[in-house]
Write a protein that binds this ligand. Structure first.
Ligand code: ADP
Length: 301
């Protein structure tokens, strides 16, 4: 396979290939890539799953000339967490954003291939992206509560989608969502306070409450704990464990420990390719592809 160097992300300048082997350091990805072969094959492992709910088939994403996602096929099932891992710039967030058409708003971005949600083509002309995002919700890296009260943050989606017939129903949705996000106890006496008055971890749980208030079927999480301390991180991870009873969750994380703790399946990306996907235990204990092995053993970063 020919790799256009201009398409590669900037190498990590801190790492140098002439580093003595006894001072082990990670290698920059593009430099490392030139030492390996084997990216022009199909994904190893198992891209399929039982009862797939969301299916991405032959997905490519281009930002202008930059071919950021290369022919990726992946099935996502309900009641499971799939973790997307890989070195920075390998396309994890780009692929995640394809799943609810967040790339639509990026100028220059072009998506090809097929993505279905419960059999429905999410890129069809008839599909309203706002309605899609109610079914496939997203939680971002940095908690981003609206400049509104805690109550209004959670009520926002149900209001615009007309999910509540009256105030009592709306109250019920807000309370249930906060409860499910593990936040109700902490905020029930201050629902009129601004969402931004909460701590970082609470704000992220508020964003999760806002996401689940519209009854999504899939929740996408883009490094949801990277701005949080270890205690707030543990709470979000516990929450994911509970939420995956009802939802399909896809999480981008650059913490392999987090992927090991929270996910049932792991998908390893490298330079836009989905190199390997399989049950988390199997990928971490017995990776099949050299690139996966080198990444999880810390040889590339
Ligand atoms: P990751 O999430 O694995 O760090 P990204 O999906 O952010 O990787 O990036 C994959 C590739 O797409 C990189 O080459 C990056 O520079 C490029 N890219 C990501 N977002 C944009 C964007 N909004 N516009 C142009 N190029 C982008």
């Amino acid at each position: 396979m020919v790799v256009n160097k201009q398409n590669l992300s900037e190498p990590n300048m801190a790492a140098k290939t002439d580093t003595p082997v006894n001072e082990r350091q990670t290698l920059p990805v593009p430099e490392y890539h030139e030492q390996v072969v084997g990216l022009d094959h199909e994904t190893v492992g198992n891209v399929r799953c039982d009862n797939p709910f969301m299916i991405a088939e032959g997905v490519n994403v281009y930002y202008g000339d930059n071919h950021a996602i290369r022919n990726v096929t992946l099935e996502i099932g309900k009641r499971q967490v799939v973790a997307l891992i890989g070195p920075s710039g390998c396309g994890k967030s780009t692929f995640l954003r394809c799943l609810n058409r967040m790339n639509d708003s990026i100028e220059n971005a072009r998506v090809t291939g097929n993505i279905t949600l419960d059999g429905l083509d999410i890129y069809s002309k008839a599909q309203d992206p706002v309605a899609l995002r109610a079914r496939v919700g997203m939680v971002f890296q940095k908690p981003n509560p609206f400049p509104k009260s805690i109550y209004d943050n959670v009520a926002y989606g149900p209001r615009i989608h007309g999910l509540a017939g009256d105030r009592a129903e709306l109250d019920n949705i807000v309370h249930t969502s906060l409860e499910r996000a593990g936040l109700l106890k902490e905020v029930k006496d201050r629902l009129d306070d601004p969402g931004t008055s909460l701590s970082g971890g609470q704000q992220q749980r508020l964003c999760i409450a806002r996401t689940i208030a519209v009854n999504p079927e899939v929740i996408l999480m883009d490094e949801p704990c990277s701005a949080l301390d270890p205690i707030a991180t543990a709470r979000i991870e516990d929450l994911m464990d509970e939420l995956c009873e009802d939802y399909a969750i896809v999480i981008v994380t650059h913490s392999m420990q987090q992927a090991a703790r929270v996910s049932r399946r792991v998908a390893y990306f490298h330079l836009g390719h989905l190199v390997e996907v399989d049950d988390t235990d199997r990928v971490f204990t017995n990776p099949q592809h050299k690139l996966t092995e080198d990444y999880i053993s810390g040889r590339i970063g």
